[in-house]
Design a protein around this ligand. Sequence first.
Ligand code: PMV
Length: 329
Amino acid sequence: MNTKKDIVQKIISDRVHAPKPFGLGHAKANIALVKYWGKRDNELNLPETNSFSITLPLGTTTNITLANNEDIVVLNGTKIENQDQFYTRLVLFLNYFRPDASTHFKVETTNEIPTSAGLASSASGFAALTLALDSFFSMNLDQKMLSILSRLGSGSASRSIFTGFVEWQKGSNKDGSDSFAEKFSHFWPELRIGLSIISSAKKSIDSRKAMDITRKTSSLWKSWPDQVTHDITQIKKAIIEKDFELFGSTAEHNALAMHATMIAASPTILYWLPESIQMMHRIWDARKKGIPVYFTMDAGPNLKLLFLEKDKSIIEQEFPTIQTLVPPQ
Ligand code: PMV
């Protein structure tokens, strides 16, 4: 079996140089329009299907320096306790890169994503950490390798190495050497994302566990890979043709299909709160009134609205609590 450490060492071994005084990395968060849901390899975060995302303007900046006796992790200016899950997950990742047991790191990380935004920060977090390590050890890795390494921290982090629309190729190799993200050649400058925060509480069940239960028990799981293949083709067509109805309806339906696979799992996994469903109805009602607005949802209760700049004022009037983001190219 390939362990994460084996894979990382194979990629970096002849590229690592003496550490610089510091290594800085910055990466943006992303939202999947066609979701990654289900791993074919739990250790290496290898997905069952491709996925397709849009990168957000908010992200994570991480700085690495050497520390004396133990790893130190500072998040938004606050030192994180060694027992904290955030600390252990980060140190586990650092272990794959650590040249020897006596080398310790100080990792200072700042999230532009407000913790209350209900957005996952693991994607930009692991991508920024990978970029910081690449700089710290002057590895000069290309984006494909950076995407592979980020994936080992968190699957969706593989997509945060790029901006714009991004497709993560599932690949078929056992060691994951062909499972990395790539930037899609087209962009849609008028596209807007509206964050609708229903709750910023910690997830009821983490996505790794939820994917595993879905894969093992959901009767709807069988149809999911075909759904994804179909939706990726449709969403690319929609972007190329600037067909917003096709774009929005494909993304919305894909998110609902992903949640349907979880609802059909045993035990049922339901991330929605009553307010999430209320918001869905408000979006559908707005569409009935002729307002072109759609939504997507991840492993949590919050919705992300999809719309175009031309409809921004009417949508912000209809949904006054949303925060509108302009995705970078
Ligand atoms: O990267 P992870 O393990 O946090 O999983 C992300 C799963 C979803 O956000 C629900 C979908 C996606 O493609 O980002």
